[in-house]
Write a protein of this length. Structure first.
Length: 69
């Protein structure tokens, strides 16, 4: 999963990731990312740190509280 609040950066990097990985989930903020995480359980999460609504650190802590792996 790739989490980035800047739309242009999100599109460009996700297109590159799609050339490498079978599936790529994208989110514009930590809240959307956590919802995707709950539904899809991605193996890898690349996240921006500074985002509106929920930053990357809060997202990571929230995920670690329920899944330490």
């Amino acid at each position: 999963m790739f989490v980035e609040d800047d739309a242009m950066t999100r599109i460009q990097i996700s297109n590159t990731l799609k050339m490498i990985f079978k599936e790529v989930y994208c989110a514009k903020d930590g809240e959307e990312a956590f919802s995707i995480y709950e539904d899809e359980s991605p193996d890898i999460i690349l996240t921006d740190i500074q985002m509106p609504r929920k930053d990357g650190i809060k997202l990571t802590r929230q995920i670690r509280n329920i899944d330490y792996n």
